[in-house]
Design a protein around this ligand. Sequence first.
Ligand code: C2E
Ligand code: CA
Ligand code: CA
Length: 730
Amino acid sequence: TERVRAAATLRDREVRLRGIMNTVVEAIITMDQDGVIVSANKAAEAMFALRQRDLVGAPITRLLPACGADLEAKGGFGGDFIARYLTSGWAHSGEGRRREDQGLRSDGTVFPMEIAVAELRDGSQRLFTGLFRDTTEENRIRESLRQARDELEHRVEERTLELTQEVAERRRAEDELRLAGLVIDHLNEGVAITDSNCLVRSINAAWTRISGYTVTDLEGKRPPSEEFIKADPSLYERMWSDIRRTGRWDGEYWTERKDGTRYAERLSVAAITDADGNVTQHALVISDVTKRKEDEERIRFQANYDSLTKLPNRSLFLDRLGQNLAHMGRQGRNLALMFIDLDGFKLVNDTLGHDMGDELLKEASERLLSCIRNGDTVARLGGDEFTVIMPNLEDPRNAPIVAQRVLDSLSQAFVLGGHEVFVSGSIGITIFPDDANDASELIKNADAAMYRAKEQGKANYQFFTSDMNAEVKERLVLKNNLSKALARDEFELYYQPKLDLMTGRIRSAEALMRWQNPELGNVSPARFIPILEETGGVVEVGAWAIETACRRHKAWLDEGLPPVRIAVNLSARQLRDLSFVDRVREVLEETGTPPSGLEIEITESMLMSDAERAVRTLGKLSDMGIKIAMDDFGTGYSSLSYLKKFPIDTIKIDRSFVSDIATDPDDAEIIRTIITMGRTLNRSIVAEGVETQDQLDLLRAYDCDEIQGYFFSRPLPWDKATDFLKSQMI
Ligand code: C2E
Ligand code: CA
Ligand code: CA
């Protein structure tokens, strides 16, 4: 009974258990240690799509493909393979031992599942009961959850990044703005922001510094400089058209500060637009460019104008001449070009000083300006040379009218520092297009005509004539050849002996320069000395003359001739040369010439330029024992004070007085006076240019010391002069 009851209870329990097992959703499969399925519940049937009878007795590997593959790899069942397979790779979670695996349905589909296995021992038999759970759905949900989370995380991440970037961006922008503000505040340029109507909204400190206006002065108003820009309508017009067209403008103009002082301003305008391209603001940047503009204007002025007279200088003159010629050429009209040289200016400069000379030039410029018409140009070419461009000449015959007006105006007395001074003008005129077509030709013409006017005795005007061209060319040729003449040994000294009227002997001779050029032949010193003076070459050539004269004097002495002093002509330039005295001393020593063998001939005008230095220089020469003669006496100031002030030993009466001495009582009287005066001052007197016996007789009667001239001897080359001396010694 007991056993039966126990068996019944057992059966009962088994049934209940089976019932329970069959109602649970999870598949429950029990297998032996070889993997043969012993029992399976309803859920297992559903999960694997197999019926109970197919399941029981089947190997578990049929349901677990991974297990099957493993098994195959191992080469069949063996030991407790199944037990090990099922119990390996378990994840130890709180709920017991689980593993992930894949299940195989009878229809061949594979699905994910979770397996939890418990081992039961039934005596020596080992049984395994597995709980199989299809995790397809769970996985799907978990996956989508994971995806959702990932996505969320991603979005959060992205947004965070966006936000941090935004913040960084904003901060940077803020920094930039702050920095820009700081920079603007500290700029040297004035900055103003206006609204779209150009009414000022803000300005920086520099704006106030430059213009004097403060924010309160300007807020809501247009910048005051606008009125000054308006003063130049074309500039104003350009500014607005540029701003409208390109949104930008740069310009410079003169304007005023708040306190009314003038300054040059540079303005840069930039229109600021919104996203739609509408102008919302203007940024104005100003700087004070007064200094630079003044410099520029000064430089422009200096480059184009003469600083003394404020007249156009040579370069602007050339510009204007070019422009006028082009213009006149197109219109088929005449133009006159006039060169004006002031006669006697040098004398004023030399006697009254450079300041007075400057005054004279200024006054002369004003007078020239008063003689011309509107549209004519007066320019100063340098020194005392001026030029007038007269375009639109109706008739070339009108040019002399202007020239005469200039002459008249210049001949009026100039009052300089209380002195009344008189100068005159020598004017050369050339006409375009009759005389020449281009500027450089016209300039040459006017210059040549002016030279002619000077030659004609000054204070007159001369029209250019074609023969003048030749003269200009010749001068140029002379100049070129002269520069090489010394090196080519083309100079020679001739000697003109002087006759001592008391003893009838020769005590001295004048050395006169001769230039023999293979191309030009004999050139007179009257022609080439002025050019040498102009180029400065006279210093070298003059030194050569002194040295040569000294050698010749020594040679005469060595030949046993009595001492014949050689007089050498000097140029103003040589006298101004600081090393002149030393050079002379050296030459005397080198050549072994006694100082008494040398005489220096100077003219009065040479003494005027720098009287102080001339006194010193001549004093030193005189102290050395060199004689000094005043040449061409009577043609200059013939001033007694010069004779007293300078150590002059000899006075040479100019030959212009000598030539008429026999016929002109005035000249005779002048010569007599000069001789008397010279006697009184204890100077010896030489008369130049004596050509006749009559002249000689008169001079002897007047008690003249020596005579020099063709009558006694022409200037002679070295050998002839030597012969002449020897013949006179007998
Ligand atoms: P100058 O010093 O007045 O020289 C006198 C000039 O008168 C010389 O002309 C001479 O040849 C000329 N002559 C002499 N006797 C007579 C005469 O009876 N009748 C006429 N009609 N003329 C006479 P040259 O040689 O042509 O010299 C001209 C000028 O050149 C000189 O005038 C002098 O100022 C300058 N010169 C000559 N040689 C030199 C020199 O070595 N250095 C410098 N700086 N100037 C010189
Ligand atoms: Ca002389
Ligand atoms: Ca002379």
